[in-house]
Design a protein around this ligand. Sequence first.
Ligand code: ADP
Ligand code: MG
Length: 250
Amino acid sequence: MIRLAGVSRTFASRDGDVTALRDLDLDIAEDQFVAVVGRSGCGKSTLLRLMAGLLAPTAGTVTIDGAAVTRPRQDVVLMHQLPALLPWRTALGNVMLPVEIRRLPRAEHQARAAELLDSVGLAGFHQRHPYELSGGMQQRVALCRALIQRPRVLLMDEPFSALDALTREELATQLQAMHMSAPATTVFVTHSIPEAVLLADRVVVLSTRPGRVLRVVDVDLPRPRSFGHNAHVARAAEHIAELHDLLIEN
Ligand SMILES: Nc1ncnc2c1ncn2[C@@H]1O[C@H](COP(=O)(O)OP(=O)(O)O)[C@@H](O)[C@H]1O
Ligand SMILES: [Mg+2]
């Protein structure tokens, strides 16, 4: 569904050109959950921005269903590390923002927004403002805002990195549940190997800059997975060890 073929991206800087990605090939199938891991600065955010149509490749092509990605699309949503909620809007109001911007039918989406908030444990918080919510709760709102449009492609750039460890595990588990009940093609950048092995069908390991695909590790563990259970599953431990070695050695 998403195909990157021979993709390179170079940035001009004062100290000369920086090549973030070089000659990267990657195929992602419909509804697959792909995690991307790699050292800081290896081009992970650049990769997502290319897929989101926010950046053009210097060489090569990015296509979704065979169509070149040249600008942002309505069915592709990018979610960041920080929630970036509008402070004057309630949780529900923030989730509804894309609906209003795109002038989608309000009543049916309002019901869906409420359901989404309930499903991530924010049942009593629809009318709260961001300053009344913890960082984890704000990021849950941002996740609902990303999902309200039922995107076909969900791009997530270290979405849980700013959260404490337990909140982070909770959110990863909720994301897994949401992906199981309503799958979307997902590309999830993370620094956490256990998180990648919890969530992903495949983990793409990028090399240090310029980023290329160093290895793709298939994670064929049954779902639902859990962090606690994964710690005692031999195959999960093997995946985690393999990914760890790949990241440390490269
Ligand atoms: N807009 C930009 N202008 C100049 N250099 C950039 C720009 N975006 C990214 N880079 C450089 O490209 C490299 C990869 O960046 P990035 O994709 O953000 O890495 P990662 O997300 O893996 O940490 C880095 O060296 C970064 O400094
Ligand atoms: Mg980044």
